[in-house]
Design a binder for this molecule. Sequence first.
Ligand SMILES: *[C@@H]1O[C@H](CO)[C@@H](O)[C@H](O)[C@H]1NC(C)=O
Ligand SMILES: *[C@@H]1O[C@H](CO)[C@@H](O)[C@H](O)[C@H]1NC(C)=O
Ligand SMILES: *[C@@H]1O[C@H](CO)[C@@H](O)[C@H](O)[C@H]1NC(C)=O
Ligand SMILES: *[C@@H]1O[C@H](CO)[C@@H](O)[C@H](O)[C@H]1NC(C)=O
Ligand SMILES: *[C@@H]1O[C@H](CO)[C@@H](O)[C@H](O)[C@H]1NC(C)=O
Length: 441
Amino acid sequence: MRRLARVALLCLGCGLCSLLYACSQLAQSLEQEAPRRRGEPTFPVRRQLSGGGGWRAEAGSPGRRERRPLWPSERCKNMSVSYWNSYWMLPSDVCGMNCFWEAARRYDLVKPSSEKMHLAVVACGERLEETVTMLKSAIIFSVKHLQFHIFAEDPLHRDFKGMLDGLAHQGKFNYTLYPISFPTENAAEWKKLFKPCASQRLFLPLILKDVDSLLYVDTDILFLRPVDDIWSFLKKFNSSQIAAMAPEHEEPRIGWYNRFARHPYYGKTGINSGVMLMNMTRIRRKYFKNDMTTARLRWEEILMPLLKKYKLNITWGDQDLLNIMFSHNPESLFVFPCQWNYRPDHCIYGSNCQEAEKAGIFILHGNRGVYHDDKQPAFQAVYEAIKYYSFGNDLVHSLLLPLELELQKTQHTYCGRIYKVFIKQLTKSIRDIYDRRSKER
Ligand SMILES: *[C@@H]1O[C@H](CO)[C@@H](O)[C@H](O)[C@H]1NC(C)=O
Ligand SMILES: *[C@@H]1O[C@H](CO)[C@@H](O)[C@H](O)[C@H]1NC(C)=O
Ligand SMILES: *[C@@H]1O[C@H](CO)[C@@H](O)[C@H](O)[C@H]1NC(C)=O
Ligand SMILES: *[C@@H]1O[C@H](CO)[C@@H](O)[C@H](O)[C@H]1NC(C)=O
Ligand SMILES: *[C@@H]1O[C@H](CO)[C@@H](O)[C@H](O)[C@H]1NC(C)=O
């Protein structure tokens, strides 16, 4: 009797296993068929790329004519199937494999996405056009709603308003203009630090009291991928992290801080504050270790003493103060890789940002004025492509393809030599936009 029961149990087990196996095979085969069933999709870049028109975004031997789709398995890495659907009813953009394996975790993924992303910039002097171009790049690629906080000298407010209201029909963003302001007792001192109003950024957690988290960027930033993606680092912060930045240098031999700084700095080569993601709730709450008193100080208490102590030793103004601050509180910084803040330093003497070589540039940072002189034509080409793009025009034909032609002309420079790195992510971002649009239809 007992043996009979054991045999029955074994049979049941085997049956269950083969059922599972059959299901996963079905899912897999559905998946492999999917691209063919879908045919060449509506996304124009893909047609360009695989149609043998001679234009390819990826490096590779031009002679080879493989019919392999250029984005084969990437789609299946996306595990965001947030609703139940039986296989035979799967929409063309969902992978059978994912649906199968994800069934168990499905309910974690359902969440409302009403959250707004806050982006701040500080614009003084001649930076109007550059700032609007930066905002434009954020609008083109981002998915969720954007709230812009623009700090500008009073004479610029009217022009900002005019230019932004011109973009407003995009419906994707809201903006607020603020005057430049410093704590009254030391305003003069803060104003003359480094550039006239750069140090404004240090006071954002105190001025924007009602904002939980904020992405601060310099005016000379260009987004080549959705703001949503850098914003998602906020959720990756561990309990002690309050802000995220990229290293100032990848290559210590040409690093500035490790060779010249006369003050403490973060890590091996310091950090760059041109792209700074902040959980300001945490910044406002934290008590910072410091080298001025044994007591820990809050953000609003630490800035002035820090400036007083180091003002004769700092070169890059507020960025140096941030370096000093995080050198004493290193556990509070989340460091993201260089392709999120890609500067001329990463390529002018040869390429040294390996992450960008692999995945492309995500955020371009044209510091040293390279968008406006002819020293780094590759940076300038990207800037002009976005500046002259008009909303509504096809992104492939009026942005991507002309940009690639311009970049090809820059191959006499070190940065131009790796020009494919400049459009790798851009190509992907544009493809994602077309994919999203075809889904909405
Ligand atoms: C994954 O797919 C979902 C919907 O299918 C989409 O909203 C999301 O942007 C995709 N994520 C990536 C990283 O492609
Ligand atoms: C944009 O801002 C205005 C006022 O600041 C507010 O009333 C409106 O609801 C905002 N729109 C969105 C979509 O958040
Ligand atoms: C400033 O630099 C000088 C010269 O390198 C150094 O002796 C001094 O200790 C520095 N000051 C501070 C506050 O670190
Ligand atoms: C910022 O930190 C606070 C306090 O830890 C937390 O409640 C909030 O969710 C964080 N914001 C984001 C966007 O993660
Ligand atoms: C958070 O991450 C940082 C950097 O990796 C680390 O130094 C710190 O100890 C971590 N904090 C906690 C609470 O795990």
